[in-house]
Design a protein. Structure first.
Length: 170
């Protein structure tokens, strides 16, 4: 279920990304600087081809002339592709970079989900909390935060029971 929701979110982000990417130059002198072509990245996202997303969006990310907004969107798309391949550390790194460019509740929630998948519960809680600070109505972050809290409570209860069930020391 979580995997399907993640894929669905990735496709929705891809559609939004493809529709909002701009062709731009890094300076005000657009005539002197060649425009950054975002089309290959947008096309790869629209085709839902993870290999191409990683390669083509990676080229866009590495291009120093890419606008911050386009770079952030490319980072989010590539992070989603890495997450679908279970390359969690790469996905988190891309989300970290995207958050520096454009922090938002959805992105904090997505990174929180990655930290949770990795087993880093403290960072997951911090990200879900950050998402809720930015958008208290963010239902997915709220649900993730509740589910993680229940998980932590269960772990604590299990640890307490295991401590009681140990044989007494002689």
């Amino acid at each position: 279920m979580r995997q399907a929701r993640s894929i669905g979110r990735g496709i929705a982000a891809a559609a939004l990304f493809a529709s909002t990417m701009s062709v731009s130059a890094a300076t005000n002198d657009a005539a002197a600087e060649p425009a950054v072509d975002v089309a290959p990245c947008a096309t790869a996202i629209a085709e839902a081809d993870d290999d191409r997303v990683i390669a083509r969006c990676g080229a866009l990310i590495d291009n120093g002339k890419t606008l911050h907004a386009d770079r952030a969107k490319a980072l989010v798309a590539r992070a989603a592709a890495f997450a679908r391949r279970d390359q969690i550390d790469h996905a988190i790194a891309d989300d970290d970079a995207a958050l520096k460019l454009d922090p938002g509740a959805d992105l904090f929630n997505a990174r929180g989900e990655l930290h949770r998948r990795k087993g880093d519960r403290p960072r997951a809680v911090a990200d879900f909390t950050a998402a809720l600070r930015l958008n208290p109505q963010h239902e997915v972050a709220r649900a993730n935060n509740r589910a993680l809290a229940r998980e932590l409570e269960q772990i604590g209860a299990d640890m307490a029971l295991k401590g009681r069930l140990k044989p007494p020391l002689k």
